[in-house]
Design a protein around this ligand. Structure first.
Ligand code: ADP
Length: 269
């Protein structure tokens, strides 16, 4: 990629994690993911500076910055404020140009987006009212099982008799999992049951917007291979893997950086 492409940044302040990413032209120079905090303005500055430091970029040389995510209004140094739905659609379409369905599974919400062939957002559905169907649900359950949330993805391997989690509410589901552990249920069967419970919730959103392939999954929970397997089973279609080993958690920040680049071009660079 040329050195003289436009240098832009996306800063995605999520409810759980904050992400900053730098793009020059069509090349991702680097990114940083850090925990969100009660001070989103400071977190935004911290992740942006860390992304710049890691990419060898002087923060003052970034031509345009777009903020997105739950705390986007607090990215005081951003030139643009873009909804996370647009950013996930743009970021997913940037990496997978034919993407028609984007499923973003974040820390405290989940969204399904239907895209036109050209990447334009057609329709979306969102769950932000309840922890079920989000990363928070799995974090609660990982705590009960005394495992790391990053380990859940492999823990369901080998399960042939997944448990059925009957409670939709996370708080009741947590008690249900405690009972299952006490009754001696196998960990893989519980974890697979949890992944299936989560994906049942997500499938409701996907069906609301309509499922069209190729399907891309974004957000931190998309790093959980067990969730992806359960989603593929539930939806009956493959989930397209992101190219270049891209981290699904940075797709919103990527989309923001791409939007910033487009605005810069539109305004004459
Ligand atoms: P938000 O933008 O809402 O803060 P993210 O898309 O950043 O959400 O995703 C955060 C969620 O991703 C958290 O619930 C976290 O537990 C989960 N997560 C992060 N890394 C991993 C991983 N390696 N494996 C599984 N889940 C992960």
């Amino acid at each position: 990629m040329s050195d003289d492409g436009l240098l832009t940044a996306g800063v995605d302040i999520g409810s759980t994690a904050s992400k900053a990413l730098l793009v020059r032209g069509a090349e991702v120079l680097g990114y940083h993911i850090g925990p969100s905090s009660v001070n989103p303005a400071r977190t935004a500055r911290t992740v942006f500076e860390a992304a710049c430091g890691g990419s060898g970029v002087e923060p003052g040389t970034v031509a345009r910055i777009a903020g997105t995510g739950y705390g986007r209004a607090k990215v005081s140094f951003a030139d643009d404020n873009v909804s996370e739905i647009s950013c996930h659609a743009v970021g997913a379409h940037f990496l997978v140009p034919g993407a028609r369905t984007v499923i973003d599974i974040g820390g405290q919400d989940c969204k399904a987006m239907a895209l036109e062939e050209n990447g334009m957002l057609k329709n979306f559905a969102m769950n932000e009212k309840c922890a079920a169907g989000t990363g928070r649900f799995l974090e609660m359950m990982a705590r009960v099982l005394e495992v790391g949330v990053e380990d859940l993805g492999n823990l369901d391997v080998g399960s042939e008799t997944p448990v059925s989690i009957s409670n939709v509410c996370s708080v009741f589901a947590e008690s249900e999992v405690i009972n299952l552990v006490n009754e001696g249920a196998e960990t893989p069967d519980i974890v697979r049951g949890l992944h299936e419970s989560l994906t049942n919730r997500i499938a409701v959103l996907v069906n609301r917007v309509g499922l069209t392939e190729p399907v891309v999954a974004t957000g931190g929970v998309a790093k959980n291979a067990g969730v992806i397997r359960a989603l593929e089973n539930r939806l009956g279609v493959p989930i397209t893997r992101l190219p270049y080993g891209a981290d699904p958690q940075i797709i919103g920040a990527l989309g923001a950086a791409v939007v910033a680049g487009r605005k810069l071009e539109r305004d004459g660079g």
